[in-house]
Design a protein around this ligand. Sequence first.
Ligand code: FAD
Ligand code: SIN
Length: 535
Amino acid sequence: MEKECDFLVLGSGIAGLSFAIKAADLGSVAIVTKKNKVESNTNYAQGGIAAVTDKDDTFESHIQDTLKSGAGLCKEDVVRFVVTEGPERIRELIEWGVQFTKTKEEDAYDLGREGGHSRRRVLHAEDLTGREVERALTEKAASKKNIKIYENFFAIDLICRSKLTGGKETKDRCLGAYVFDADKNVVHTFKAKFIMLATGGSGKVYLITTNPDIATGDGVAMAYRGGAEIANMGFIQFHPTCLYHPDAKSFLISEAVRGEGAKLRLKSGSTFMERYHPMGALAPRDIVAQAIDTELKKSGDGYVLLDITHKDRKFLLKRFPYIYNRCLEFGIDMAVDPIPVVPAAHYQCGGVLVNPFGQASIDGLFAFGEVACTGLHGANRLASNSLLEALVFAHRAFKKAQELLPTVDTDSIPIPPWDTKGATESDESIVVSNNWEEIRMCMWNYVGIVRSNKRLERAKRRIDMIAGEIEEYYRNFTITTSLLELRNIATVAGVIIECSRLRKESRGLHYNLDYPDKDDINWLRDTVVKKDSTG
Ligand code: FAD
Ligand code: SIN
């Protein structure tokens, strides 16, 4: 079945929704989202949104913190416009109904602090900022007549003109996407003037992650298969403090807890971060995660402790009600017990390479939010800069699309419907579940916080083999969302490995034992990969 619109938005997190709300004033918007509309990384964001809103804060200070955290690889012009355009985007969010926590006197916003920030500047809604943002944005989107949201619709692949013309195009153009309706088991063809990838990150590529199940890197995988340039996927950010408990799946303990003075301790009770960085437990994330990894390897322990027992229960319940109650469900009273934590895959700093307006290397295709590599984060994202980046780039993409809209040639070539190629039902779904586990384990063991040439080569061999097996399975059997996601995590794992193998130095989130130092002469640049040509 064919559906047509002006803007096809893939994803309903902060990036997709904030774009759609604006684009609805220009034309018809279809939001395709693979689960229910709020299920996204955004919905789980805890700490908040970094922006200069306090009169004693300065743009320069936020800019310098971002650049320092990015370990030399941020694009400074991007950092400057994201930071300076940030407050306007925050005002807009507030206008749309987001209620950030205020101070006791209710006359100002309460500002949190997180790793790498030289001062308090993170706006938050208690410790569940993302849920409040999703609530307000989905409500706002629902009030727009021009927006139609398709839930449980899974974008499979982009439709690019070169595939239809047999590669005769000099500059390719994206025309739409094939989308699987998971409830009805049919594939629709969505045609649009502009296609907006806002599909978020890829934490599920790793065995241990803070991310929810939707984070399977679908956008990067689709863009890669479609021939777009992908950059810096080797910079996977591991959050230092994910709850360590056999029954807790993906539960983050916000960095804002360290912002309120929590200490990191070994099981013996001694602190260690002062040996690694002058900012101690509030050092940038790459440094804290690598320090924990080193200490765990040294001691053989399974976790370190996050200790905020110096704060009383009343404070903790007010500032961190969600974290406090979740910990209690696991038998941990954070007012008296230090919390066992481990690092976990959290955020992809790389992604679909875009210009300052979110335009990818294929015409008609935009990417923003976690799926994109904009140049803001460099080799390590500064805490709470992600929601900010999504807002700023969604706005810039909207401005660019508004400018280009009158020039788009709507008379495009016919798009063939999805071809099932005689696929049959599989009776071996064990293949899918086995490969899921194998990929995630392989990435965790060989492409984690500390890498080496040998580990990367081993990972490449395994992932190549598994990816081949999955492609064959994909061609022969009818699709399911689980199979589509498996195919995508295999593709993204391959891209992460490729970017990591290319970078022959250690910088930010990429630490390779065989090249332990930074090499500013050769590697002050992005690692860009493209299907069938890397460089
Ligand atoms: P998402 O919010 O992940 O949305 C992606 C959307 O795309 C979802 O709707 C998903 O269902 C949909 N989708 C994906 N694939 C497909 C497909 N194939 N077809 C259709 N739909 C698809 N950042 C901060 O700045 N501050 C924080 O405090 C913070 N805390 C965090 C806490 C946690 C636990 C996590 C996991 C992340 C946190 N981050 C934080 C990071 C931040 O939440 C994300 O980077 C940001 O929300 C990404 O927004 P997005 O709109 O790009 O993607
Ligand atoms: C957190 O609350 O620690 C997450 C913040 C982020 O990822 O930016």
